[in-house]
Design a binder for this molecule. Structure first.
Ligand code: ADP
Ligand code: MG
Length: 724
């Protein structure tokens, strides 16, 4: 097809769209299907012998190590349950460092020798698997001769049955490690970091009188933003298909300026898609809660209810896979890229973080009485210290080639990591910074003791959407993570830097108490010290303002603008020490994460650069030349007819065509240049391709504005964003 035939066909197909038949029984209440396909605690309680059930629950809730003897009993019950649900296969599901979800499927059925087959699933098969690790990134952790990797059952994340029209599969969430036990995945460090954080949080709680409690864990509520485009347009855009974002395209005349999309009515087809996905998520026990339009046309958001960090991370991955499948069913493609459309709002994945357990709830809730306040302020101060001290690591945890397009682009938090506390809380910490003697609130001097602490508002009332790390009443919201990322990376970092802060706080308070200092006074002194040392990270102002980077620099806060600026934070001596101290990553593992970060960066940009070259050369340039020829022919025809032609249009298109040709030539040269041999050299080389790609884009986009519409081959922003 030539000219705009593909576009026209796509538009006709969009118009002819018929919604898919209902895939569910409408009489069924959503509550009934919730968790239907999950091997939940309730299912286990029903199907497991009492002692086995108790043992599994104490592993989940108290963090007790798994009794190997129970594995066989659990495996057998799990198998029977899965077979009843129509499963024929089981899969260890793991999360390699590609950021995707990986599964290795095996059949339950083993031939018995007499021509029949028997369903087998032993404890050891549940507990451990051995997928080939050679095709997953490992950053030098695995020798090529030892390709094996091991998956290990994560008892704390429930198994589930994944439905497919051709047969169901029992999915078992697992960690993925090398032969030497080093982490090759996102789950292993998440579990390790959660354990470290919980341990030190419990020391502090003990000082406040909470002993013999359930394990403290981190909670995560991930908000996922995404775009939907009609699949016909998607298939006509090689850049969307291969890079997940448009490498060409001018902004439509009407963009998001009218603010008419945010929270607007959801288009019917999109609503159908949302209902369908939510139903599937419900079956998998994923508590999908809010859904709404986002700022940009074609952009939406889903936020499930928060859960234990490690379950939230698994569910988030499952949510993304489910969305992809169901979008296709509704004739659309989902875009999880952080910046699919230049000049249009990008997508993030806000990570709402708190810590606590089911007895105490979130430890970041100010509470109703002063004693709770003191405890809350201690945990809050620990967050302030962690974010200030390890801002570089937080920044590195969200670093990727794709998120670079979004951070700091005046629609997402800047690359400078700071904390928003809200006026009330900021005021309280300002008073604490003055020490107990100076400031007064209410009746007497403000001492952070049980008697005189002010009541804190449970709802801070105000919101700040420009802050990367904002207190929102009962949690902190880390807004820098990108929409394509797994939440594990940021959660591992938050847990680990919190472990360090909580350890510091617990040690200081324990020592003070041991030396006879009054507990309230010790708390007061510690809070004053922390806010004095680390208060510079608190910023309640406008993070998008031009003045902020200047102010931040004065405060000594880093502004690590790109991935290449941020990744080296992973291998500073402080970072290596931190992660090894809390047994989250040893030095080799940290280096491997750094290497993989660089590799992924280079790979992503490499693909984009080659796509830019190819599309520019084979799609945009030919269209432009056709248009140029038409204009030239028009000049000739006018002359022949004795009319003095205006050659300005010909000059304009010729200049743009020349610019496109020369920028394509430079990109080709840059691509061919030697990119060195280390991961760092390759990543640095990739960074130099970005301006060359932008030059091609600028020329191509200027052509889009002058080439006759019937010759333009690529679906436009207008079409992709507004035709749904
Ligand atoms: P907003 O758009 O105001 O940020 P949303 O309702 O879109 O709010 O998303 C808030 C997210 O924060 C949800 O996933 C919610 O479950 C989660 N959340 C609420 N309380 C907590 C908490 N204590 N810890 C972690 N996450 C929480
Ligand atoms: Mg939010």
């Amino acid at each position: 097809m030539s000219g705009n035939a593909v576009r026209m066909q796509a538009i006709r197909d969009v118009e002819a769209y018929v919604p898919p038949a209902h895939s569910f029984d409408e009489s069924e209440a959503p509550g009934e299907v919730f968790g239907e396909n999950v091997f939940s605690k309730a299912v286990m309680q029903k199907r497991l012998p009492k002692s086995v059930y108790k043992s599994v629950i104490s592993t989940i809730e108290k963090g007790a190590s798994l009794d190997p003897l129970v594995a066989d009993a659990v495996a057998s019950a799990m198998k029977d349950w899965a077979l009843e649900k129509g499963a024929t296969h089981y899969a260890h599901v793991f999360y390699p460092l590609t950021g995707l979800t990986a599964e290795k499927h095996d059949s339950f059925f083993e031939p018995t020798g007499d021509g029949s087959a028997l369903a087998e699933f032993a404890g050891k098969t549940l507990v451990q698997g051995e997928p080939d690790a050679s095709s997953f990134p490992n950053g030098g952790l695995r020798n090529t001769f030892e390709a094996r990797g091991y998956t290990g059952w994560d008892v704390t994340s429930p198994a589930y049955v994944l439905e497919n029209p051709n047969g169901n599969t029992l999915c078992i969430p697992t960690v993925f490690v090398s032969m030497t036990g080093e982490a090759l995945d996102h789950k292993t460090p998440l579990l390790r970091s959660q354990q470290a954080m919980g341990e030190h949080a419990e020391r502090i709680l003990a000082l406040f009188g909470h002993t013999d409690i359930e394990k403290v864990v981190s909670f995560c509520g991930p908000e996922q933003e995404y775009f939907l485009v009609d699949r016909h347009f998607f298939l006509a855009r090689p850049d969307l298909m291969n890079a997940g974002r448009t490498l060409f395209g001018t902004k439509p005349p009407k963009g998001q300026e009218f603010d008419d999309h945010y929270f607007g009515a959801i288009p019917e087809r999109v609503l159908g898609f949302m209902m369908d996905t939510e139903r599937e998520l419900f079956k998998l026990g994923i508590p999908a809660k809010t859904r709404h339009n986002e700022v940009a046309p074609g952009q939406f958001e889903i936020a499930p209810m928060f859960e234990r960090g490690n379950i939230a991370a698994d569910h988030q991955q499952l949510l993304m896979t489910t969305f992809k499948t169901i979008a296709k069913k509704h004739g659309m493609e989902i875009l999880f890229h952080e910046k699919p459309f230049q000049g249009v709002n990008g997508s993030g994945k806000h990570v709402n973080f708190s810590l606590g357990n089911s007895e105490l709830g979130s430890l970041l809730v100010p509470g109703d009485n002063p004693h709770d306040n003191a405890q809350f302020l201690v945990f809050c101060a620990a967050v302030i210290r962690a974010v200030h001290k390890y801002a570089g690591l937080l920044r590195a945890s969200v670093a990727s080639a794709t998120n670079d397009h979004r951070l700091g682009a005046n629609e997402a938090p800047p690359a400078i990591i700071s904390i928003f506390l809200g006026d009330q809380l900021a005021d309280i910490f300002e008073q604490i910074a003055q020490g107990p003697a100076k400031s007064s609130k209410g009746k007497g001097t403000m001492v952070i003791g049980v008697d005189t602490l002010p009541h804190l508002p449970t709802d801070p009332g105000d919101r700040n959407r420009t802050s990367p790390f904002a207190f929102t009443g009962n949690r902190f919201e880390f807004r820098a993570p990108g929409s394509m990322q797994t939440v594990s990376g940021p959660m591992v970092t938050i847990n680990t830097i919190m472990a360090d802060s909580l350890d510091y706080v617990a040690t200081a308070l324990e020592e003070a108490v041991a030396s006879g200092t009054d507990f309230d006074e010790a708390v007061q002194a510690l809070l004053t010290e922390i806010i004095t040392e680390h208060g510079a990270v608190v910023f309640n102002g406008d993070g998008y303002a031009d003045a902020w980077p200047i102010e931040a620099e004065k405060r000594g806060l880093a502004n690590l603008k790109t991935t290449l600026d941020a990744l080296p934070e992973l291998i500073t001596p402080e970072a290596l020490e931190l992660f090894s101290k809390y047994k989250v990553f040893n030095e080799r593992e940290m280096h491997s994460r750094y290497e993989i970060g660089l590799e992924q960066y280079a790979l992503t940009i490499g693909v984009e650069a080659r796509l830019t070259l190819e599309m520019g050369t084979t799609i945009v340039l030919p269209a432009a030349v056709r248009h140029q020829t038409e204009v030239a022919q028009n000049v000739v025809a006018l002359k022949a007819a004795g009319v003095e032609p205006d050659t300005a249009p010909l000059d304009e298109v010729s200049a743009a065509v020349a610019a496109l040709r020369s920028s394509l030539a430079s990109l080709k040269t840059s691509l061919a240049s030697d990119d060195g041999h280390s991961a760092l050299a390759e990543a640095q080389h990739a960074a130099t391709l970005l301006p060359a790609m932008l030059a091609v884009r600028a020329a191509a986009d200027s052509l889009e504005e002058i080439v006759a519409d019937d010759l333009w081959p690529l679906p436009t922003y207008q079409e992709m964003l507004f035709v749904l």
